[in-house]
Each structure stands twice: as C-alpha cells, then as structure tokens.
Design a protein around this ligand. Structure first.
Ligand SMILES: [Zn+2]
Length: 273
C-alpha cells in the first residue's frame, strides 16, 4: 500500500478546471502511480487557487480513497473556526490540522496557535507545519524553521508534529530536530523536485533521509505535494534509499497509518472515520 500524505487541489497546475475536476485528476493520477490513499491539504485562506476547507470537505466526502486535514488562518483565528475544526475532527472528516507559518507571519509557538494544539491533542490527531522554502522569499523561513517547531514539541509533548517538505532547504536541521524530539515527524514532499535536488544536493537529501530511516524509521512520511511535484520522482526517491524493504514500507504507508491513527479494513481500505 502507498499513502501520499501531502497533496493539494490547486489550479496552479490546472488553470480553468473546477476543484471537482482537479479532484478527479488526482484520483486518476493515484491510479496511474499505484497510490491507495491521498491526504489533501486545503489552503488556510480563501480564493488562493488552492481549495479551501469547505470545498475540500465536500469533495473528500465523495471519495473513499481521499482524506483531508483541516486548517486555520492564524492571524484571524477565532472560536468559530476552532469549533468547526472540533466538529470536523469528531465526525472524522479531518485527520489532522495543517498550519502555514511563513506564508502567514506567525511563529508556531505563539499563544494564538495554542487552541489548535489543544484541539489536536484532544482528538489525538497531528499538526502539520509548512516548513522551509516559502514563496521563494528566504526571510519567511525564520517563521517555520524546524527549531521553531521544536519549541512546540517541547511545550506539547503528547502532540504529534509533522514538518512538511523535510523543511527543505533546511534538511540537516530538520533531521536533527526529528532525531531529538520523539513527537516530531517529517514528510518528504517536494524533495524530489528538480529545483530542490539542485539546491540541496541529491547526496545530501539521501544522506539525511537515510540517517533518520536508520535511527528512527517511524519518523518519515511519504508525500509528494502533487500536482506541483511529480509522484513518480518521489516514489523513485524512496526506492533509491539504501534501507530495508521493511523501512521503505513504513515510509510509503505504515508510518502514515500510525501517525494519523488510521486502520486498514479487510478490503485494504483505510478506516479513519
Ligand atoms: Zn504543500
């Protein structure tokens, strides 16, 4: 089984298509690459070209192979969105919450994020942080650096935190934070993109992933950032790691099942709701 933990319904790659059509393209792409399940991340702000929370909830309910995370815009966070996410977590519509530090100017350890962390702790669902490269504006990366995420890990030790994109280009810092903090994980989405390979170096990427996979194999999650990144290249990246088949299986699906607390039913479908 393969689980893609990080995709978006985005018009950037599909100009002129509706989100429903883009969702159908996602399902076709999954079939083509043998992906069993994908987790969709909505945007925290409306009208950005990426599906928002409400649109995504509606589309994911129609597709048993798709799951989604909730999200909130931290600068305008209020009790209304917290109550909404609380309900969506209770009904199983969302299996985690994604935050966008760097895109939005807040640090993950700020008090205004705490209601999200309390909600996710209550439902035992993870928080995913956008991390690393942000809109090609490096000054934004100080808001989502793995060291900032590590502060939350210490404050909320029973909360699971996922660093998206292995915080590229800060992949070595991300590795160190994962290895030091038992409740911090990372997804590999974007790491196989040619620009990222050029900036970080292929050998450096393989080396940090193998470091983590060898010492704490339960910490790496497969993700692609489809549709802006290639699913095939990301599968190739995992298959090129010098690790056992057992560890590759953990990366490709087993870790996502555990971190997101999903279960397989007899037909091989995930049950999270
Ligand atoms: Zn993404």
């Amino acid at each position: 089984m393969i689980i893609d933990c990080h995709v978006h319904l985005s018009t950037f790659s599909y100009e002129g298509l509706s989100f429903s059509q883009i969702c159908d393209n996602l399902v076709s792409s999954m079939q083509e690459h043998g992906i069993n399940h994908s987790f969709i991340y909505p945007d925290c702000e409306p009208d950005t070209g990426v599906s928002d929370l409400d649109i995504t909830v509606e589309l994911v309910r129609r597709h048993p192979k798709l799951f989604m995370l909730g999200t909130a815009s931290i600068p305008v966070i209020d009790s209304e969105i917290i109550d909404k996410l609380d309900t969506l977590a209770s009904t199983g519509d969302i299996i985690g919450v994604k935050l966008y530090p760097g895109f939005e100017l807040f640090y993950p350890d700020e008090d205004r994020c705490h209601a999200i962390y309390q909600l996710c702790t209550k439902h035992d669902i993870p928080v995913v942080f956008h991390s690393g490269e942000t809109m090609s504006e490096p000054w934004r990366e100080e808001y989502n650096h793995p060291f900032e995420i590590a502060k939350v890990a210490t404050q909320f030790p029973s909360l699971k935190l996922i660093v998206a994109h292995f915080s590229q280009p800060h992949i070595a810092d991300c590795r160190d934070v994962i290895l030091k903090n038992p409740n911090v994980y990372a997804d590999i989405s974007g790491l196989a993109h040619p620009d990222v390979t050029r900036i970080c170096g292929k050998d450096a990427i393989l080396s940090v992933l193998e470091d983590v996979a060898t010492q704490q194999p339960e910490k790496i999650l497969f993700g692609t950032d489809w549709p802006i990144c290639s699913v095939g290249e990301h599968l190739k990246l995992v298959n090129s790691l010098t690790v056992s088949e057992k560890v590759k299986t953990l990366i490709l699906s087993g870790n996502a099942e555990s971190v997101f607390a999903l279960e397989l039913d007899l037909e091989g479908s995930l049950k999270g709701r």
